[in-house]
Design a binder for this molecule. Sequence first.
Ligand SMILES: Cc1cc2nc3c(=O)[nH]c(=O)nc-3n(C[C@H](O)[C@H](O)[C@H](O)COP(=O)(O)O)c2cc1C
Length: 145
Amino acid sequence: MGKALIVYASRSGGTKRLAQMLADEIKAQGKEVEVKPVAKIKSKDELKGYDAYLFGSATYHGSMIQAMKKMLFMAEGAGLGGKPGAAFGLYGWSGEAPKRIYDTMKNIFKMEMVGDPLRVKTGELGNPDVKKKIEEIAKEIAKRI
Ligand SMILES: Cc1cc2nc3c(=O)[nH]c(=O)nc-3n(C[C@H](O)[C@H](O)[C@H](O)COP(=O)(O)O)c2cc1C
């Protein structure tokens, strides 16, 4: 059975909640998922052994959270090429982080990205459109693993 890894960077808990919602949907599709805060990933070896990867960060000062940047540099050597991937995060008004993560996963790691970067505005996690997008990403990830 396929297993996905979700790694998130969140300051006030919104992106953490989104990570959990993605995990619940992937599990509902019958796949295994591990959800980890970015601080738990201390070496590239801890990224190995999964079939799909979802990385997320909230946007602060026009950027992803620093710890996620560090993790992406580490992930460069983790052999993620060809694996399915997705990027997500909460934001207030500009929301750069999910797209930056998505572009790195696609262009540097050469991953097979699913859908578009999932950007969710603060307070919108309960929105039915957001729920639909979460389901779409989870189904596509589950289909590929
Ligand atoms: C100091 C500060 C800076 C922020 N900078 C941005 C920003 O540049 N662009 C943006 O879209 N949101 C910005 N936000 C809003 C956060 O992205 C938003 O509150 C988000 O929901 C936080 O997600 P989290 O709960 O996962 O930490 C900022 C918030 C704070 C407190």
